[in-house]
Design a binder for this molecule. Structure first.
Ligand SMILES: NC(=O)c1ccc[n+]([C@@H]2O[C@H](COP(=O)([O-])OP(=O)(O)OC[C@H]3O[C@@H](n4cnc5c(N)ncnc54)[C@H](O)[C@@H]3O)[C@@H](O)[C@H]2O)c1
Ligand SMILES: [Zn+2]
Length: 332
């Protein structure tokens, strides 16, 4: 399947196909040098599949995990690119989850004022969500995604086969973003998760999510309006993620908890609890409310005395509204 993303800055294809990684070069087909970026948590079998197609290309592999999403790793990547004589005619290929995509995308955005990059997402989270849309960033000074750029990829290659090596926890973590997309935009997508055989529908889940994200990003690339919908569950989610730290809950797990915190509608909330439980995602957690609130106030989406949140009263129809800081605090 091919989806064309018409972003303001660029139009690019997203290919969703089983087995596409082993023929990535045929799709990418460019003349300049390529510089490969991955992390050491991406199984060697997938890294080798790409490296074999580009035997003379350098592959920079950094230590996996959110803790690497910082200035030090960014600098190391930029140094390695310089050492490999990467020029403006060349391209970066990112092979990995959201951390690799965000890091490689940001490095591409700033190296020589911007060079092209191709994203090959390898986690459910990155295939469903982070690989398209052009948001790239690193964490800074304790604030997630604080320093970054909007920089669209030239192409995205999504191969659901690589998900077979993911741990069940990471697999389900990514699916939390799909549940979110179902709640804000696509009732049929949400209903897939109300069945026990949801995992057999992973290709359809990814396709539906990519189409939702494409439509939202095409209308509002820089997140001044509709794109905010994708932040459903993220206001509390980011606060909890910062609170629990790198070794606590994963991003999608916090988004799940964040959606439960924000929902007003009891019936939807009950359905969501059942879905999250089926996906082995947490539905409750213990925390210090003042500390989480403080972290939420530090988040870049907090704007003076109110915060834009996303609410869902009817599945498939999310909307944005402003909540005062007091109201946000009360829910914690
Ligand atoms: N740019 C965006 O729009 C956007 C959107 C959502 C999230 N994000 C970011 O994405 C990041 C989270 O992404 P993630 O959940 O993919 O985490 P991740 O990139 O850390 O990947 C999770 C783990 O899985 C390993 N891995 C990757 N592919 C694998 C495979 N096929 N088999 C086995 N293991 C594999 C990784 O090495 C890592 O250890 C966060 O930093 C978040 O801020 C960005
Ligand atoms: Zn998210």
């Amino acid at each position: 399947m091919k989806i064309e993303m018409h972003a303001e800055s660029k139009t690019y294809p997203i290919y969703l196909e089983r087995g596409i990684l082993k023929k990535a070069k045929e799709y990418i087909g460019r003349s300049g040098k390529v510089f490969l970026i991955s992390d050491d948590g991406v199984p060697e079998q997938w890294r080798n599949l790409l490296q074999k197609q580009y035997p003379s290309a350098s592959m920079y592999v950094f230590k996996n995990g959110e803790a690497s999403k910082n200035f030090d790793t960014l600098q190391d990547i930029l140094k390695a690119m310089q050492k490999a004589h990467v020029s403006r005619k060349d391209s970066v290929i990112a092979l990995g989850g959201g951390v690799v995509g965000d890091m490689a995308g940001f490095a591409s955005a700033i190296y020589m004022r911007g060079i092209p990059y191709i994203n090959i997402p390898t986690t459910s989270l990155s295939q469903i969500d982070s690989s398209i849309g052009g948001k790239t960033a690193i964490d800074f000074n304790g604030v997630k995604n604080c320093v970054g750029a909007f920089w669209q990829p030239d192409m995205v290659l999504v191969d659901p086969e690589v998900l077979t090596t993911l741990t069940p926890r990471h697999f389900h973590n990514g699916l939390a973003e799909a549940v979110k997309e179902g709640l804000i935009k696509d009732e049929k997508l949400f209903e897939i998760f109300e069945r026990d055989d949801y995992a057999d529908h992973i290709d359809e889940i990814i396709a539906r999510c990519l189409n939702i994200k494409k439509n939202v990003v095409e209308h509002d690339e820089k997140e001044t309006g509709e794109r905010k919908l994708l932040n459903f569950g993220h206001t509390y989610g980011h606060g909890l993620e910062s609170y629990f730290g790198m070794d606590g809950y994963y991003h999608g797990e916090c988004v799940g908890l964040g959606m439960l915190k924000i929902l007003n509608n009891k019936e939807i909330k009950d359905r969501l609890v059942k879905v999250l439980e089926r996906l082995q995602l947490p539905v409750t957690c213990e925390y210090d409310a003042d500390a989480v609130f403080q972290l939420m106030m530090n988040d870049k989406k907090a704007d003076h005395d109110h915060i834009s949140i996303v609410q869902v009263d009817e599945i498939g129809n999310g909307y944005v509204e402003d909540w005062s800081n007091e109201k946000i605090r009360e829910r914690l």
